[in-house]
Design a protein around this ligand. Structure first.
Ligand SMILES: NC(=O)c1ccc[n+]([C@@H]2O[C@H](COP(=O)([O-])OP(=O)(O)OC[C@H]3O[C@@H](n4cnc5c(N)ncnc54)[C@H](O)[C@@H]3O)[C@@H](O)[C@H]2O)c1
Ligand SMILES: O=C(O)C(=O)C[C@@H](O)[C@H](O)[C@H](O)COP(=O)(O)O
Ligand SMILES: [Zn+2]
Length: 358
């Protein structure tokens, strides 16, 4: 494994890579003189990741482990209230540190927990899924879902540090690796045509992305966020595929076969590629290339819904303004554009082309 490189992401947020991340974290904890540490984990990261982390960190202040059920349903107000109660009962105080060890569900939920308890405790993210490494653990978006609206309640608050330890991917199921890969493909599409080329030559069915690729995705995301942390404008580019994808994900969670975030976003990107042709002058050959890449990798992923159900969720998307439905689209591979008003009729047409409408 490569030597860990620590680099400053912004005035608060440090990212440490590889095995040396543990020694950086140890030093960080020692310097912080924390009264206690609250680890937020789900049942899988509790069993598969926490023992390695604890062993690597050695002596620590008083530790408590908050374990939640794995899965998207855990990003809920009900679970959050339970966690607030437990933190309070266990006397977490302003000198406590929260360490989120898990996938995007844990970093989103644990970040929001930390950010709201006693008006904000410091927290560190240790992503253990590919999706959380390349996307969810960075950028300071934390939150939970409300009814069928994704991330409806949340905060922009950066972790003190992020530890990206690719070794954790050894136990990650294949479908979860593929889910994370969808966000990496998104990074190529919105910002870097060369990276897109590299990704589409990579065989995600056979291999796990390298640390270099993970770094590249983080760097692309970070460059966007440096310009617009609170998503006033340019940050919306990171939402390509998400207006449709979030609607699909939310509705799928109400069925017996929920889609993973990256799977839903893959379907969202296929659909929004149709819209990009119509509204953002994306060329036909590039649109064909994009769709064939997603259709090949995610060939077994499908979802059927009624237009009115999807439109209800789409109309609640955070990027809309009033009645105007605003999308992030791509003008060409490697370049995204934000705030494009799109008609309801064209959304339905694009959903039909993607075979999502029942
Ligand atoms: N805040 C952001 O910027 C941002 C960005 C992208 C996605 N998200 C959110 O992230 C969530 C999806 O994240 P996710 O895909 O990581 O889902 P997840 O947290 O549910 O993790 C996926 C599954 O993998 C398991 N897992 C995690 N690490 C493992 C490991 N090392 N070994 C074995 N199993 C492991 C988990 O227990 C879970 O079952 C969604 O809620 C999405 O909205 C947030
Ligand atoms: O960091 C961002 O900004 C993103 O949009 C990254 C997305 O991949 C991620 O799914 C994010 O949680 C979406 O946020 P939301 O604001 O659309 O709920
Ligand atoms: Zn996403």
């Amino acid at each position: 494994m490569k030597k860990a490189i620590r680099y400053l992401v912004n005035d608060k947020n440090l990212i440490w890579f590889g095995e040396n991340a543990f020694s950086h974290l140890k030093t960080f904890i020692a310097k912080g003189d924390y009264s206690s540490i609250f680890f937020v984990v789900d049942e899988n990261t509790h069993d598969l990741c926490l023992p390695y982390l604890l062993q690597s960190l050695g002596d620590l202040p008083r530790c408590e482990v908050l374990e939640v059920e794995a899965g998207e349903d855990t990003k809920s107000p009900e679970v959050l209230v339970q966690l607030w109660m437990v933190m309070s009962e266990l006397q977490a105080d302003r000198h406590s540190l929260v360490i989120n060890l898990g996938g995007g569900v844990i970093t989103d939920l644990g970040g929001f927990l930390a950010g709201t308890y006693m008006r904000g405790l410091p927290f560190v993210n240790i992503p253990t899924s590919l999706l959380a490494m390349v996307d969810a653990s960075n950028g300071g978006k934390n939150g939970i879902n409300l009814a069928h609206y994704k991330n409806r309640i949340g905060l922009f608050q950066n972790p003190e540090a992020v530890c990206v330890i690719p070794d954790f991917l050894e136990t990650l199921p294949e479908e979860e690796v593929r889910s994370g890969f969808a966000e990496m493909l998104k990074h190529g599409l919105i910002a870097d045509a060369e990276y897109w080329k590299e990704l589409i030559e990579f065989d995600i069915a056979e291999e796990v992305p390298t640390e270099e690729m993970i770094r590249k995705s983080i760097a692309i995301k970070q460059e966007v966020i440096d310009k617009d942390f609170r998503e006033a404008g340019p940050r919306k580019v990171l939402n390509f595929g998400h207006t449709i994808g979030h609607a699909i994900e939310s509705l799928s969670l109400e069925t017996d076969s929920p889609l993973l975030h990256g799977e839903a976003i893959a379907l969202g990107m296929i659909t929004e590629t149709h819209l990009s042709q119509k509204y953002a002058a994306l060329s036909d050959p590039e649109a064909e290339e994009i769709r064939s890449v997603f259709e090949e990798i995610y060939q077994d992923v499908s979802f059927l819904a009624k237009a009115e159900d999807l439109m209800e969720v789409i109309q609640g998307d955070k990027k809309n303004r009033g009645d105007e439905l605003r999308f992030t689209l791509i003008t060409q591979i490697g370049n995204g554009v934000v705030d494009v008003p799109v008609s309801k009729e064209d959304i339905i047409e694009a959903l039909k082309l993607t075979k999502i409408l029942a």
